[in-house]
Design a protein around this ligand. Structure first.
Ligand SMILES: Cc1cc2nc3c(=O)[nH]c(=O)nc-3n(C[C@H](O)[C@H](O)[C@H](O)COP(=O)(O)OP(=O)(O)OC[C@H]3O[C@@H](n4cnc5c(N)ncnc54)[C@H](O)[C@@H]3O)c2cc1C
Length: 476
C-alpha cells in the first residue's frame, strides 16, 4: 500500500526482484470487470495514495495560462475526491457511485453526472504524473516529450504506467441538485417511451439530464408495504437539475420548463423529488449497486433514441429477468439505464477521433446494462442477453446526425455510423476496433515504447510485440 509516488516507484522496482512480482497488478477502486486489477501474484493497492486538493493558477501546458485544477492522487475514490473539495466551490468530474476509483475512471473515459455541461474526465486532464513499469517517474502532458503517453492514458486504461497524480481542470460546484424519481404507471409505458424519444431529440439544457431506467424492484417501490411482497420490472424516469453556479436558476431554461414535455400525458405511480447538495450525489446511486452479487457493467452508446428501440430493450430486459428466475437466480439488483447526453457535450468533445486513445469526437447517449446474479454457471446466459442489448443498439439506433459532432470536428465516423464502445463499460471479448477504432495500432506501439517487457499485462492488453510473444495480448 504505497502512500507516495516514490513508494509506488519502489514497489514497481521490487516486483522485478521476486517471481511472484512478475505477475503483479495495481488497484485503485477495484471495480474492474476484466480482472485488470487482480493478481495471484502481487497487488499494489493504491488506496493510501489519496491526497486531493484544489490548485489555483496552475499553468495550463496548452495555453500557458493560469487555471484552476483539482489534483488527485491515483488511489482516491469518487467519494473521497468530492469530500476533499467540498466547500472549496470547485470540483472535478467523478464517477456516479462513491466507491469507484478515480484511477480507473480517469483513464477509461470518465462519464460523470455533469458530462453534459463539462464533458468527460479524460478531456479535462491537463497533466499526469506517471510511474512507468521501469519505476521511472515522469510528467506527461499533451505538449511535452511524453505526449504519446498522455494520449494513451486518455482512454487506454491502466496499460502504460501507474498514474500517481492527475491534474483535472476544475469547474464551479453547483450548490444544489434537484433530483426526481418518477415511477411510470403500467398503463403509460408506451407513452413514456414516446415522451423520452421527444425529450432526447429536443432537449438542449446542459444543466439538466434524465435517465430512463428499467429495474427489477419490490412492487410499490419506493413505498413498498409488507403486504405487497414480490418484485416486478419497474420503469423509472430519473431527472436531475443542477443549479448553475454562475447563473443560479437557469441561463438555458427555467427549471420548471426543463422536464415539462417528459411527463406530459403520463400517469405516474409515484413521484419523489428532493434537493440534495452536489457533494452527496455519488452516494445517492450506491444503493443501486449492492455488494454480494456477480455483476456486469456494460453498454454501448446510442445516437437516436426511439420509441421502437426503448420498447425492444424493455422486451429483452423482461426476457432476461424471466430467464434468470427460471434458473433460480435472484436478479433483483439488475438494471438497464439510458443516460441522456447532450449532443456535442456543450463543446467539450475532442475535434478528432485521433486526438485521444478512445475515439470520441461523436458522443452518443450512454446505455448501461448492470445485471446482478449469483452463480458462475449463469455467466454465459447474462452475457448472451448483453449481446442482444448490444445488437439492438447497433441495429436501431446508430445513425449519426451532424448535431452529435463537436462543431469543427474533422473526424470520419466508421462505417456503421456508430460511436465507439465505452472503455469503462467494456463488454467481454470486445474487439479492439469496436472500442479504440483506428487508434488500436498506435496504442500497441505506445505500449511497446513504455512497457517493452509487458510487465503490465492484466485485463485488456494491447498487442505490442512484447505482449504478443509471451501470450499476454488480447486486444487485436
Ligand atoms: C458501481 C459502479 C459504478 C460506476 N460508475 C461509473 C460512472 O459513473 N462513470 C464511469 O465512467 N464509469 C463508471 N463505472 C465504471 C468504472 O469507471 C470502471 O470500472 C473503472 O475502471 C473502475 O476504476 P477503479 O479504479 O474503481 O477500478 P480498478 O479495478 O482499481 O482499476 C481499473 C483499471 O484501471 C487501472 N488503474 C487504476 N488506478 C490507476 C491509476 N492510478 N493509474 C493507471 N491505471 C489505473 C487498473 O490497473 C485497472 O486496469 C462504474 C463501475 C461500477 C462497478
Amino acid at each position: 500500500m504505497p502512500a507516495s509516488s516514490e513508494d509506488v516507484s519502489l514497489a514497481v522496482q521490487a516486483t522485478m526482484k521476486t517471481p511472484l512480482g512478475r505477475d503483479y497488478a495495481f488497484v485503485s477502486g477495484g471495480h474492474s470487470l476484466t480482472g485488470a486489477s487482480s493478481s495471484r501474484g502481487l497487488v499494489i493497492d493504491l488506496k493510501r495514495l489519496n491526497h486531493t486538493t484544489v490548485l489555483h493558477n496552475f499553468t495550463d501546458p496548452m495555453t500557458q495560462r493560469g487555471i484552476t485544477v483539482v489534483m488527485y492522487e491515483g488511489g482516491v475514490t469518487s467519494f473521497g475526491l468530492q469530500s476533499a473539495v467540498n466547500g472549496s466551490d470547485w470540483t472535478a468530474v467523478t464517477a456516479r457511485a462513491s466507491s469507484v476509483g478515480m484511477g480507473g475512471f480517469s483513464t477509461g473515459g470518465g462519464i460523470g453526472f455533469m458530462a453534459n455541461a463539462y464533458g468527460y474526465a479524460i478531456d479535462r486532464l491537463v497533466a499526469l504524473e506517471v510511474v512507468l513499469p521501469s519505476g521511472e517517474i515522469v510528467i506527461a502532458t499533451k505538449k511535452n516529450k511524453h505526449s504519446d503517453l498522455f494520449w494513451a492514458i486518455q482512454g487506454g486504461s491502466g496499460q502504460f504506467g501507474i498514474v500517481t497524480k492527475f491534474y483535472q481542470k476544475a469547474f464551479r460546484t453547483p450548490k444544489n441538485v434537484k433530483v426526481g424519481f418518477h415511477v411510470v404507471g403500467n398503463g403509460s409505458v408506451t407513452q413514456s417511451f414516446r415522451n423520452t424519444e421527444v425529450f432526447f431529440a429536443r432537449h438542449t439544457d446542459p444543466f439538466s439530464l434524465m435517465y430512463y431506467a428499467l429495474a427489477y424492484l419490490p412492487i410499490g417501490w419506493p413505498h413498498a408495504r409488507e403486504e405487497e411482497m414480490g418484485f416486478r420490472v419497474t420503469r423509472l424516469m430519473v431527472t436531475l437539475r443542477f443549479e448553475e453556479p454562475e447563473q443560479p436558476h437557469g441561463a438555458h431554461e427555467q427549471p420548471e420548463n426543463t422536464f415539462r414535455t417528459l411527463f406530459s400525458g403520463l400517469s405516474l405511480d409515484s413521484s419523489l423529488s428532493y434537493t440534495v447538495p452536489f457533494a452527496d450525489l455519488t452516494t445517492l446511486s450506491d444503493s443501486f449497486f449492492p455488494a454480494g452479487y456477480r455483476r456486469g457493467f456494460w453498454g454501448p452508446q446510442v445516437i437516436n433514441v426511439t420509441e421502437t428501440y426503448l420498447s425492444a430493450v424493455d422486451d429483452s430486459f423482461r426476457d432476461y429477468i424471466d430467464a434468470m428466475l427460471t434458473r433460480g437466480e435472484t436478479p433483483s439488483t439488475s438494471t438497464w439505464v439510458l443516460q441522456y447526453m447532450l449532443p456535442g457535450l456543450n463543446g467539450h468533445l475532442p475535434a478528432s477521433d485521433a486526438d485521444t486513445a478512445w475515439p470520441h469526437s461523436v458522443a452518443g447517449h450512454q446505455t448501461l446494462f448492470d445485471p446482478g446474479w449469483h452463480r458462475a454457471s449463469s455467466d454465459s446466459v447474462v452475457e448472451a442477453f448483453n449481446e442482444v442489448l448490444y445488437s439492438l443498439a447497433r441495429r436501431e439506433a446508430t445513425t449519426v446526425g451532424s448535431h452529435n459532432r463537436n462543431p469543427g470536428s474533422s473526424s470520419s465516423v466508421r462505417g456503421l455510423g456508430a460511436p465507439y464502445d465505452y472503455p469503462n463499460y467494456i463488454k467481454p471479448h470486445a474487439k479492439g476496433e469496436e472500442v479504440w477504432g483506428h487508434n488500436t495500432a498506435r496504442l500497441a506501439s505506445v505500449k511497446q515504447k513504455y512497457d517493452p517487457e509487458c510487465l503490465l499485462h492484466k485485463g485488456r492488453v494491447f498487442s505490442s510485440p512484447g505482449c504478443v510473444s509471451p501470450g499476454f495480448a488480447n486486444v487485436f
